[in-house]
Design a protein. Structure first.
Length: 212
């Protein structure tokens, strides 16, 4: 406002005076430059004149501007500590990798036993025996072992005995002497003879091979 305005109001009651004072205070707080003159009229009792001419706005009544910035107020309050976030590994997921075919297991080579060298072969009669206490090399005779008696072969010599009629064969170890019957060169244990023929036969012609 450029000019200065003066308004004169006359109030005849205490309530009017109080209302006028309240309006003057409100105008002073709002920074309005003006004059309110309260004059008592002639011939009226209880009237009072009040001149309120605020020149400056009271500092105490001036609306305080918020000086604190939102950031300052925010910093004053305790901030919650951020929980550690799970960090993903830089390594790619396994399903994202190019899958390669699993190597096929290589078959294990079977160890082959070299064929025994045949030192001597022939045909002769063979029988079996199941009684005996000691063999010629000092072992206890066991009819259930694959052993045989021969007249001249060294002890522990291995001999393959084959039944030509059935093609069945058995390898026996020489640990005894015999048989002492013409036409027979081998006397097999009962278990060895039963492998190639029935024990009911008693004796038969066999093919033998002395293995080295």
């Amino acid at each position: 406002m450029v000019g200065r305005h003066s308004r004169t109001r006359i109030f005849s009651s205490p309530a009017g005076i109080a209302a006028t004072a309240a309006v003057g205070v409100a105008l002073a707080v709002g920074g309005t430059v003006g004059a309110v003159q309260l004059t008592s009229g002639s011939g009226q009792s209880g009237q009072a004149a009040l001149d309120l001419t605020p020149t400056t706005t009271p500092a105490s009544l001036a609306p305080s501007s918020p000086t604190a910035s939102p950031s300052a107020s925010a910093s004053a309050s305790p901030s919650a500590t951020a929980s550690p976030s799970a960090s993903r590994s830089a390594q790619a997921a396994s399903r994202g990798k190019v899958r390669t075919a699993a190597p096929k297991p290589r078959p294990t080579a079977k160890k082959t036993t070299p064929a025994a060298k045949v030192l001597e072969s022939g045909s002769c009669g063979a029988s079996f025996y199941s009684d005996g206490q000691l063999t010629a090399n000092g072992e206890s005779f066991n009819p259930n072992e694959l052993t045989a008696a021969h007249k001249t072969l060294p002890f522990n010599t291995r001999v393959r005995v084959t039944n030509p009629s059935s093609g069945k064969s058995v390898v026996v170890r020489i640990n005894d002497r015999g048989p002492f019957i013409d036409g027979r060169c081998l006397d097999l244990s009962r278990a060895a003879f039963a492998t190639i023929a029935s024990t009911d036969v008693g004796a038969l012609t066999v093919r033998y091979e002395v293995l080295g």
